[in-house]
Write a protein that binds this ligand. Structure first.
Ligand SMILES: C[S@@+](CC[C@H](N)C(=O)[O-])C[C@H]1O[C@@H](n2cnc3c(N)ncnc32)[C@H](O)[C@@H]1O
Ligand SMILES: Nc1nc2[nH]cc(C(=O)O)c2c(=O)[nH]1
Ligand code: SF4
Ligand SMILES: [Mg+2]
Length: 215
């Protein structure tokens, strides 16, 4: 990787999954392999329900970073506010777009050298780089999931045709159902609750940052 294309970086609380509520630097990479990010392509994309703008490098804290050390040092700057506890490890969530298009061993090493515990949000169509401390995979119906192990499997619901029974034998410590945000979110919340009520191997993940008015 000669350089990294970052849409935005910011400090917030992790809003999703088992780590919800935790202070985190968010590093959002530009670009995805399942959608161009352009609205006119959404209905023909492999992933059609995305709630995120990941196009370009124009967001707050975004830009092109020439090397891993520069990017890791910039990320560390978002953690180090006067409110940071100097004893706790720093925590970074790397997302996108699809972060596995850009994360490499050099970046993992540089972030660890900056004292970060590294969480990644990925669609699972690309193999995860080694050394990630918390790996979240969120499968999209119709794609081939090559990364069938990790810390949490976070299935956005409903996605008709999803073989969730097969997913129960994948090698994840936690399995979560997350209601699909969008025009039918209220129906999707009800469907997600029904799902976890009938399949106790799964638990509910809500996007708490949205109801809290956080980024
Ligand atoms: C924007 S994606 C970026 C990371 C990666 N490309 C992926 O899909 O996992 C971050 C998380 O948001 C979830 N997500 C995207 N759109 C959503 C929506 N409309 N409602 C609920 N979750 C959504 C994804 O499934 C994923 O877990
Ligand atoms: N607060 C907050 N938590 C999040 N967890 C996953 C997010 C994502 O977009 O990947 C996200 C996000 O965009 N904001
Ligand atoms: S795979 Fe992730 S980033 Fe890509 S379009 Fe789907 S939800 Fe958005
Ligand atoms: Mg988001």
């Amino acid at each position: 990787m000669s350089s990294y294309a970052v849409k935005e970086m910011f400090l917030t609380l992790q809003g999703e999954g088992l780590q919800a509520g935790r202070r985190a630097v968010f590093l959002r990479f530009a670009g995805c392999n399942l959608w161009s990010g352009r609205e006119q392509d959404r209905e023909t994309a492999q992933c059609r329900f995305c709630d995120t703008d990941f196009v370009g490098t124009d967001g707050d804290g975004g830009g092109k970073f020439a090397d891993a050390d520069t990017l890791a040092a910039s990320a560390r700057g978002f953690w180090d506010t006067e409110m940071a506890d100097p004893v706790e490890p720093a925590f970074i969530v790397i997302t996108g777009g699809e972060p596995m298009l850009q994360i490499d061993a050099a970046l993992v090493d540089a972030l660890h050298a900056q004292g970060f515990e590294i969480a990644v949000e990925s669609n699972g169509t690309l193999p995860a780089v080694a050394g990630i401390d918390w790996l979240c995979i969120s499968p999209k119906q119709g794609t081939t999931i090559v990364q069938q192990s990790g810390d949490e499997l976070k299935l956005v619901w409903p996605q008709p045709g999803t073989d969730y029974v097969a997913m129960e034998s994948w090698q994840f410590t936690h399995r979560l159902i997350q209601p699909m945000d969008g025009p039918t979110v209220q129906d999707n919340v009800a469907a997600a609750i029904d799902f976890v009520m009938s399949r106790p191997k799964w638990r509910l993940s809500t996007q708490v940052h949205k109801s809290l008015g956080l980024r």
